[in-house]
Design a protein around this ligand. Sequence first.
Ligand SMILES: Nc1ncnc2c1ncn2[C@@H]1O[C@H](COP(=O)(O)OP(=O)(O)O)[C@@H](O)[C@H]1O
Ligand SMILES: [Mg+2]
Ligand SMILES: [Zn+2]
Length: 496
Amino acid sequence: MELDKMDENDWKYHGEGNKSLVVSHVQLSRVLRLLKYPAEDSENPPQTAEQAFSQIQTIVDFSSNVMCSLLGDKFVHSGEVVKLPLEFVRQLSIKIQHHRPVWRCDKVMDIYSGCALCLPNLTSPLLHSPTRTPPLCIEIKPKCGFLPTSKHISKDIKTKVCRYCMHQHYKVSNGKWKRHSLYCPLDLFSGNRQRMHFAIRHLIEEPQNNFKVFKGGQCVYSSKEVSDESPDTNALLHHLRPYFLSTNNRVSSHMTSKSILNDFIQVLVNALLSGGGDGDEGQVTDRQGERRGFCQASHFNRERIRHGSQGLPSDSVLFRILQTQMLDSLDIEGLYPLYRQLEQHLQDFPKERTRLQIDGPYNETFLEKVQKWTMEDNGSVEFAAAKVHQYRFAMTAKDCSLMVTLVSSEEEEEDDEDLPPQRHVCRPHPFSSSVSILDLDPKPFDSISRQLRLDQKIVSCYLKTSGALPKGGLPLLSNRITATERDDCRLLFHPV
Ligand SMILES: Nc1ncnc2c1ncn2[C@@H]1O[C@H](COP(=O)(O)OP(=O)(O)O)[C@@H](O)[C@H]1O
Ligand SMILES: [Mg+2]
Ligand SMILES: [Zn+2]
């Protein structure tokens, strides 16, 4: 990729979040992640090119010096800042505009700075070859996987129902989503295969912005924002069938659909429990899993557990994410007084902002310094700053996405058509998987007051509306999950 010879025709729209827009190269396994600005600022950019460059450099530093150490370098790709020709960026922005979802168009792509973050394309890891089965890539935004235990918590419900499940309630009450998701992160992070299976099944059923599937780099399954229709699971099955059918020998097409979904989830669970694609499975297991327990709003039936608490292998991606999330040890309620203390201190001594590295730089010594400062709760401003920093690391880990890339490794065998068909029966799925974590930007310092207000809103909404409802309070769901479907859920649990 030569930066001075960029051609917008080599790039296409790939996706976007709230802060950035991503384009992918049509041949190379590369993406460019560009900043977005509110549409009202489109005439005059909110920051200079130098500021944009340094914003992206800060993201790279935070990812490589902080999140990489916390999450493990095998899972994290920090990328590099690139400076692109402005003409290229402008043409690109015109080219991709009509591919963008309308509801995201309250923001526009940054066409002023020419700066972008260049990353490997995790949805299409191989150079384009006309292979029969392009790589599959599953993006999961797992959210917070534990129940807080901080003594500063004022509302007991927060220690029983997880944040995601309460937030789901809030979002449905406010019309952000039409339907409830039955996904509960505590099930996904439990390390128990049955619970993980259940969690992923519900991500598929109601993906919202927590689940996407890419095939050969193209998104083939995701939710439409505030849509009345559920996403088309049959379309997903249609894409998955070629990957899984050869390993099954089932007759009725009904059975086949179910078993395809089953096998797909099984492969995902395996990838999430593995040590990150380098073959050495984790030996040490997180024994805290059981203590972290269940979310009262989860629809997983505990009586169904056939295998006791398994816990997460300590080298698995979920374990590393969870450990980082748990750096939020005080909960926002316990952190807030420290944040106020720090804020006051910074008002009185503005220069301290630099020494305490409030907005970075996230250099090599930063994490060590934070860890040292948290050792002693001595009322110092260093302690307050360090706890605030740790809380922000946890926020990043609660908001990151996971990419599970599955590459079918049976290409050569499949060409051999002379083999008797039995050979294909009940073979383990020949996938090689790798797992990465993306979206590891630092969360802004001043987002902490917003966090407190949001926490209060979510909890009071839950307390107001859930009491009168059945488990988990699911007013819109009754006609969606029928008794037969519940049976389906049960059928999905293969002994493992
Ligand atoms: N390295 C990557 N490879 C492939 N797809 C990516 C990559 N980085 C981001 N994406 C896609 O682009 C979307 C938006 O990127 P993200 O980093 O989450 O932006 P935001 O910070 O706005 O949330 C992601 O949800 C993912 O689907
Ligand atoms: Mg994102
Ligand atoms: Zn929950």
